[in-house]
Write a protein that binds this ligand. Structure first.
Ligand code: PAF
Length: 286
């Protein structure tokens, strides 16, 4: 496994692989890897000649009051995990490599970027799209793997790839949960014992949605209100949003008729967790 930290070295390595006709599967990450990331890496490993992973905590996707400085980092542990998965390349650039002094170019997927997480994290998806497009330009993958845990991110990046005619397949992979239902996230380590226990109400609210849908309920307002009531009954939670939206436009739905995304963001203390359920072609995935 090769670890490359600079752009020119990376470009040379990628050019050699392209010349040799190798396909590249890419997993962009911010490190502090968990099973969710590793499932993406396994997808990239299975589907391609080369499996490449980037580890870069992207300052442009954090707001000024957010956790950029304290975001968990452990490169040596991540590298050991990736080596075990048979990864060929880790790209581990510095902030200055990605955004040298005078950097000025940003990518926005209009409208979609302001909804759901975008409304409480202004500029977040502009930062995500910018770094992902830069990484795509550098690594030139055939396929890029993302988790459904960040459903809005997947939907926005698919749109960016479509709108900019990028020759890259976005491969969304299933959301991975702890045994008790908590969605895996690098931010789960911020939770204390009580918050960790209280956080299970997020999954319970999605189980509630599933059973309501299975019982034939389709009115979004009714489903949403029951979720809010359940989550609010847990005193350690503070709801950022609970929304039921169209899967393409992310506009609120009156009824779950076509494909829908049930998405939520909830604070447990100072930790903001997100989770979701997807209702696609009549099938529930969570
Ligand atoms: O999902 C993430 O970890 C990040 O948003 C990503 C895609 C690596 C961009 O920094």
């Amino acid at each position: 496994m090769e670890i490359i930290t600079t752009v020119p070295e990376l470009q040379e390595r990628i050019m050699n692989w392209e010349k040799a006709g190798k396909t590249i599967g890419f997993v962009p990450t911010m490190g502090y890897l968990h099973e969710g990331h590793l499932s993406l890496v396994r997808g990239a490993r299975r589907g391609n000649d080369i499996a490449a992973v980037s580890i870069f905590v992207n300052p442009k996707q954090f707001g000024p009051a957010e956790d950029y400085n304290v975001y968990p980092r452990d490169f040596n542990r991540d590298a050991a995990l990736l080596e075990k998965e048979g990864v060929d390349l880790i790209f581990y650039p510095s902030v200055n490599d990605m955004y040298p002094a005078g950097y000025k170019t940003y990518v926005k997927v209009e409208d979609l970027e302001n909804k759901l997480c975008g409304s409480s994290r202004p500029g977040h998806f502009r930062g995500v799209c910018t770094v992902v497009l830069k990484l795509f330009n550098l690594i030139r993958p055939d396929e890029a793997y993302f988790g459904w845990k960040d459903a809005q991110q997947v939907i926005i990046l698919k749109k960016m790839v479509e709108d900019l005619n990028l020759p890259i397949k976005i491969r969304p992979m299933p959301l991975i949960r702890e045994k008790d239902g908590l969605a895996l996230s690098s931010r789960n380590i911020y939770l204390n014992q009580q918050e960790r226990k209280a956080a299970l109400v997020l999954y319970r609210s999605l189980e509630l949605v599933e059973s309501l849908i299975k019982d034939g309920e389709r009115r979004a307002a009714k489903i949403r209100q029951q979720m809010i009531d359940l989550i609010s009954a847990e005193p350690l939670t503070r709801i950022d949003y609970v929304e039921i939206v169209d899967f393409q436009t992310l506009d609120p739905l009156e009824a779950i008729e076509g494909d829908a995304l049930v998405a939520l963001a909830v604070y447990l203390g100072r930790t903001r967790l997100i989770d979701n359920l997807r209702f696609i072609s009549g099938v529930i995935e969570k």
